[in-house]
Ligand binder design. Structure first.
Ligand code: ZN
Length: 55
């Protein structure tokens, strides 16, 4: 499965440009993707998030 990159501006959710493991409705580290789908894009870039679940 492709990884997923955060492109939104809510820094409480994730740093912009950070790449996470994609678990469909949320990231590996627990950020909810479904709330703001437009803030996330699938990517083939490698994961840069270092939180538990993504790393
Ligand atoms: Zn993450």
């Amino acid at each position: 499965m492709a990884n997923i990159k955060y492109i939104g501006n809510d820094t409480s959710k994730s740093e912009r440009g950070k790449v996470h493991v994609n678990e469909n409705t949320k990231t590996g580290c627990g950020a909810i993707i479904d709330d703001n789908k437009e803030d996330w894009v699938e990517t083939t870039e490698s994961v840069t998030c270092e939180k538990r679940g993504c790393k």
